[in-house]
Design a protein around this ligand. Sequence first.
Ligand code: ADP
Length: 249
Amino acid sequence: QLAKTFNYMAEEIIKSEQIKRDFIANVSHELRTPITFISGVFQGIVDNKITEITELKKFAYIGLDKIANMSRLIQDLLDLSRIEAKSFELQKTKIDLNETIRRILAHIEPKLTEKQIELQVFIPDQSLWIYADSFRIEQVLNNLLENAIKYTPQNGMIQIKEFYLDNKVKVEITDNGKGISEADLPFVFERFYKADKARTPGTSGTGLGLAIVKSIVEAHGGEVSVKSKLNHGSTFSFTLPIWKNLTGN
Ligand code: ADP
């Protein structure tokens, strides 16, 4: 029995070491690629290979885009490490989840309009009180909605719904976008996992968004889940405990 336990522990340590190695390799790759591009541009200027201002501007645009991606990656990494640290403390207060949802929806409105995506909202007008870190809950909603927009083509549709289960609230975000294959589905909440290996233009991301969502939701005592069908769409959902004493209805 002892040997079995020991073997199990050894396997767990090896597994976590492997995850750590993959993680470092991923970050290094994600940072090295844009740096190589940007130093290539600078080298081109120094060597007088890039002389035209229009050409220079073209490369500068691409460079700025890559720098923005790197900044996002660094921000996501910092967020993830903070959230996963044992010392992570949520700044919990009593907040109105429905008001938070409406605020985030107003904020992403321009992106929906740009892609002509129809948004259907099934969120009651009344308040729904939860005890949560407002900034982090906004981050969860933002990440899920931005993904829904990113992976849904022009003229698509996104729905946001709310359900009540005992003392929990469940928020569901459904899109009729590209969907996720059965093979990829179990891994989408893992750090750096990208189902879209081809990296369709305009769908660049850090692969950390859903890992952040999962960490935040679980830190609040909730759960995340996903259902999806390739080429049909996806439903991402999360639950959160309802603030019992204050629901009043
Ligand atoms: P990314 O920064 O790549 O979007 P995420 O962690 O947010 O990273 O998502 C991980 C992967 O899950 C994405 O690369 C994408 O393949 C898939 N995915 C996430 N949301 C959706 C969605 N709404 N529809 C289809 N695929 C999705």
